[in-house]
Design a binder for this molecule. Structure first.
Ligand SMILES: Cc1cc2nc3c(=O)[nH]c(=O)nc-3n(C[C@H](O)[C@H](O)[C@H](O)COP(=O)(O)O)c2cc1C
Length: 342
């Protein structure tokens, strides 16, 4: 018997799907989820996911190969559907025989689904509603991730508490992984009990010792409380923006200013609405790089989820996973004992 029999039983489906010791995914984080963090997660028994972000195909290919040199355990690759070279990126994954592809950023195009499944990878997609989750399963997606508005980075409008209640009971044909606001193993136990096959965390791993994020970025996470991880607001109804959750700083105000500038350029006829929306979206990639890579925690984007309050120190990945696993096992064992006594 293993040291974590209750957790192993409750997460068996997720562990089997991922091919890992634990059904704990580290969600892809642009600029953060590169070879070092991803291999550390997978080597510690979790499931790392490389963030392709805006990388060109050759860079992704090099990153996959470099990750594989650091771990022989499974890991995934996260591709953004809006990437202009999505087809080439999928070909890279095929050449590299990537075992799991995670498609993010909107409904995946049919040919992309076919191409990914065509080379034998397992395909995971984000579903914002139960109806879309069902549609994705019908179109051949192998697992669903539901991410609540508590999460860091680009977010939807609904909390994981509600998404889990709506989606977990109706999506049973494929494994469902839950993300957003998870910082302790007790929460993992609760979502497994509700029917999740596993979990995905981002914020806690972004501040891990093996994360290449700048130390000032990590220290900002250590200092912050949940209420400082705030969703961005939309300034002009003509220019819809996907909300981004990040620690409040001067960069948050600069984002609002950028939206006002773009709206004024649209008013003057210098930009159409589509170009304006793209200009606003582009703000984030540069701002996140400044914070993560350069350590500019004033004007850069400190994307972080509300679970940031549970980041209390910079810890090695293996320690974070061991903590989560021990807490989840204890919670499930307690529930089991209560049931046995009843
Ligand atoms: C700094 C940062 C960058 C992120 N970048 C991405 C990304 O490029 N693609 C993606 O699918 N999710 C991205 N996410 C979301 C994470 O993969 C994950 O789903 C989320 O962090 C889970 O919620 P949590 O932060 O409460 O743990 C990002 C999150 C953070 C904190």
């Amino acid at each position: 018997m293993t040291a974590t029999p209750h957790l192993d039983a409750a997460s068996a489906r997720g562990r089997e799907f991922l091919g890992t010791r634990h059904a704990i995914m580290a969600g892809a984080m642009t600029w953060v989820s590169e070879r070092n963090l991803v291999s550390a997660i997978s080597n510690a028994g979790g499931f790392g996911v490389l963030a392709c972000g805006a990388m060109p195909p050759a860079m992704l290919e090099a990153e996959i190969a470099a990750t594989r040199a650091l771990t022989d355990k499974p890991f995934g690759v996260n591709l953004i559907t809006l990437h202009p070279q999505l087809d080439e990126l999928i070909q890279v994954c095929a050449r590299q025989q990537v075992s799991h592809v995670v498609l993010a950023g909107g409904l995946p195009p049919g040919p992309a689904i076919a191409a990914i499944k065509g080379f034998g990878a397992k395909l995971m997609c984000f579903a914002p509603t139960a109806a879309l989750a069902k549609k994705l399963v019908r179109s051949g997606v192998d697992a669903i991730v539901i991410e609540g508005s508590e999460a860091g980075g680009h977010i939807g409008p609904v909390s994981l508490t509600v998404l889990a209640q709506e989606i977990l009971p109706v999506i049973t044909d494929v494994p469902v992984f839950v993300a957003g606001g998870i910082g302790r193993g007790n929460a993992i136990a609760a979502y497994l009990d509700m029917g999740a096959s596993g979990v995905q965390l981002g914020t806690r791993f972004a501040a891990a010792a093996e994360s290449v994020a700048h130390d000032r970025f990590k220290q900002a996470f250590v200092r912050a409380s949940a209420r400082e991880a705030i969703a961005s607001v939309q300034i002009d109804p003509r220019l819809p923006v996907i909300p981004v959750r990040a620690l409040k700083n001067a960069g948050s105000d600069a984002f609002n200013e950028r939206q006002r500038e773009v709206a004024a350029a649209v008013d003057r006829g210098e930009m159409d609405l589509a170009a304006g929306q793209l200009a606003i979206e582009h703000y984030w990639a540069g701002a996140l790089r400044r914070a993560v890579v350069e350590g500019d925690v004033e004007t850069g984007s400190l994307m972080a989820g509300q679970s940031v309050g549970m980041v209390t120190k910079v810890q090695p990945v293996a320690e974070i996973i061991a903590e989560l696993v021990a807490e989840a096992e204890a919670a499930l064992a307690r529930a089991n004992a209560r049931e046995a006594a009843a």
